[in-house]
Design a protein around this ligand. Structure first.
Ligand code: ADP
Length: 626
């Protein structure tokens, strides 16, 4: 029979497994069992509506059989099985999510071996312990079964097979023992029992194995020298209680962590584990996780939000989007409710009353947990916020600000005075008595905002400024409009709500200078004013009206030539030497004074991060007065 070659990416994964020096090879069993359980889930689901399956929920099981003489370990399930195409697609190539993710991670990281244990590496992990693998399988509803065989890198064969019922049998021919490693241990019943307990205890179908024990022979029970005999019984190795059905106090955090890693193919520990059990109008249990980092595909279309939905322990939907609001789409977890009908269609589910209630409760629960984390576990909350803060801000902005009340307490911004992330509530509590607004400034990064001239006056007054460094930040504050009745005010606004006493007189006295600059610049600016906020810089630009510079930049970047333009107000610091020089030039050399006005305007543009209309004209201008 002709051998088929593995696809190249599968080959690499395979090589890694075959030559693995990984110390926790035992995880192969977890992977095989988890595949078996998934396969049973699928057939179990079909059986709800299709009598032809002929199996009841209680008939499904996974069996482990160790054959010491032949050194084989066989794992059997009566799940959905595979046909020829499935075998080609699933075992001949890495089509599946788990292995694919693993592969991607492998490319990013060089320390391959280390991540095997933390990842669902799938079927191929069996090659860590097996020199040959046989998969005998028949798909539910198919005429014939198939036998897939492979001894590793040199490819695989598929042939037809006479098999009665649907399901899969995986036979692992164990590797030969070496000096360093004994593979025989995977044939020991107690080893296998403990591996199942350790990794697969919550699998919802019985994992059965024949266990041999010793007992006193009945007839020698009363004699002085009792004799012993072996007897064999089929035992269920796992407790089958899903982890979310167990009481929180009975589960160790490590158990939650490893469930999370395995189920959601992640490597890190969750930042927070949320366990909730509700009884009432609707009854459900939920186990939710707040991830510690942003998944690599989080901001792409590939990322699927949603929770796994179970009805009394039977998986009915892999990704139920309806259970999570968009702003909490980072949450991972499972929900199990007996109130949901098992064979509900996705369309019907969207309007299901119970489901909507559960979704509302879950949203509240997540919000409360995040709040609790913010108050009592600040360090982790900040980690969370760096990973998903942007998502919360999008949540404020979206749906016309509908969720802003729910989310505003969870927001954080970098503070000019605290030099760290702070909440709006902390800001308001610290506000000075004479301070009217909550101030914010926008820029590429904190360092750039630190030196923004527009913030000089605010700083000199000791007012705290929130830094907006992400494109969504300013929109977020604009959507909020106020927080605890305090308005938000941009540092680039023409009116900061502050009187700067010293400059007042100049303002009145220098109408002539302001008019001169305005006439020189023409339509480039809508107004020229004497600045109340500049201290050491000569000029700055502020925006008047509803559109800020950041909005102008943003809209022009998403839609060039959108024509979106903030109204520019040029503020002059009348006590600055450069401005004074310009003023005296009006009398002596008006052409030069005009050049000064142009240069100062260009500088203001640069500081605001706005493009110069004509950079070479600007440099010519500067040179001409140097
Ligand atoms: P993953 O489980 O992450 O999808 P695997 O490499 O473990 O990746 O498995 C690949 C695919 O092979 C599975 O997604 C499934 O479609 C199929 N498969 C594996 N084991 C079985 C089984 N016992 N019964 C039916 N299908 C299986």
């Amino acid at each position: 029979m002709a051998k088929k070659q593995f696809k190249s990416e599968s080959r690499r994964l395979l090589d890694l497994m075959i030559n693995s020096i990984y110390t926790h090879k035992e995880i192969f069993l977890r992977e095989i069992i988890s595949n078996a359980s998934d396969a049973i889930d699928k057939l179990c689901f079909i059986s709800l509506t299709d009598d032809k399956v002929g199996l009841d929920r209680n008939d499904f099981k996974i069996t482990i059989k160790a054959d010491k003489d032949n050194r084989t370990l066989t794992i059997t399930d009566n799940g959905i099985g595979m046909d020829k195409d499935d075998l080609e697609n699933n075992l001949g190539t890495i089509a599946s999510s788990g292995s694919y993710k693993f592969k991607q991670n492998m490319e990013e990281k060089q320390d391959d071996i280390d991540i095997i244990g933390q990842f669902g590496v799938g079927f191929y992990s069996a090659f860590m312990v097996a020199k040959k693998i046989t998969v005998n399988t028949k798909k539910y509803g198919a005429e014939t079964g198939f036998c897939w065989q492979s001894s590793g890198a040199d490819g695989y064969t598929i042939s037809e097979l006479d098999k009665g019922t649907a399901g899969t049998e995986i036979i692992l021919e164990l590797k030969d023992n070496t000096e360093d490693e004994s593979y025989d241990e995977y044939l020991e019943q107690y080893k296998l029992q403990s591996l199942v307990k350790k990794y697969s205890d919550y699998i919802r179908y019985p994992i059965m194995m024949d266990m041999t024990h010793s007992r006193v022979k009945e007839e020698t029970k009363d004699s002085e020298k009792p004799e012993y005999e072996d007897y064999t019984e089929t035992e269920t190795l796992n407790s089958m209680v899903p982890i979310w059905q167990r009481r929180k106090q009975d589960v160790k955090q490590e158990e939650y962590d490893s469930f999370y890693n395995e189920k959601f193919m992640t490597m890190d520990k969750p930042l927070r584990t949320i366990v909730t059990s509700v009884e009432g109008v609707v009854t459900y249990k939920a186990l939710l996780f707040i991830p510690a980092s942003t998944p690599y595909d989080y901001y792409t279309k590939e990322y699927k939000k949603g929770l796994q939905l179970y009805s009394s322990g039977v998986l009915i939907m892999e990704n139920c989007e309806e259970l999570l609001p968009e702003h909490f789409r980072f949450v991972r977890g499972v929900v199990d409710s007996a109130d949901l009908s098992l064979n509900i269609s996705r369309e019907m589910l969207q309007h299901d009353r119970h489901l909507l209630t559960i979704a509302q409760n879950i949203e509240k629960k997540i919000k409360n947990e995040l709040n609790a984390m913010l108050t009592s576990d600040r360090e982790n909350y900040e980690k969370f916020f760096s990973a998903f803060g942007r998502q919360l801000k999008y949540g404020v902005v979206s749906d016309y600000g509908m969720h802003k009340d729910a989310l505003q307490e969870l927001l954080m911004f970098y503070s000019s005075t605290e030099k760290k992330l702070v909440t709006l509530s902390e800001y308001v509590d610290r506000m000075k008595e004479e301070q009217k607004y909550i101030y914010f400034a926008t820029g590429e990064n904190a360092a750039a905002i630190d030196t923004l001239p527009q913030t000089e006056l605010l700083r000199s007054k000791g007012f705290e400024i929130l830094y907006c460094t992400e494109d969504v930040d300013e929109f977020t504050l604009q959507t909020l409009m106020t927080y605890k009745e305090k308005k938000f005010c941009s540092a680039t606004n023409d009116d900061l709500g502050i009187e700067n006493e010293e400059n007042k007189e100049d303002e009145i006295n220098n109408d002539a200078l302001l008019t001169f600059v305005k006439e020189t610049l023409g339509d480039k600016v809508s107004e020229v004013t004497s600045s109340k906020k500049l201290v050491s810089h000569p000029v700055c630009l502020t925006a008047k009206g509803g559109i800020s510079f950041e909005m102008e930049k943003y809209f022009n970047s998403v839609q060039p030539n959108s024509g979106m333009k903030a109204q520019r107000v040029l503020e002059l610091n009348l006590s600055h030497q450069a401005v004074k020089n310009m003023e005296s030039l009006i009398q002596t050399d008006i052409e030069k004074a005009k050049k000064y006005a142009e240069v100062l305007y260009c500088q203001a543009l640069l500081i605001a991060g706005l493009p110069l209309e004509n950079p070479s004209e600007y440099t010519d201008l500067v040179c001409s007065i140097m």
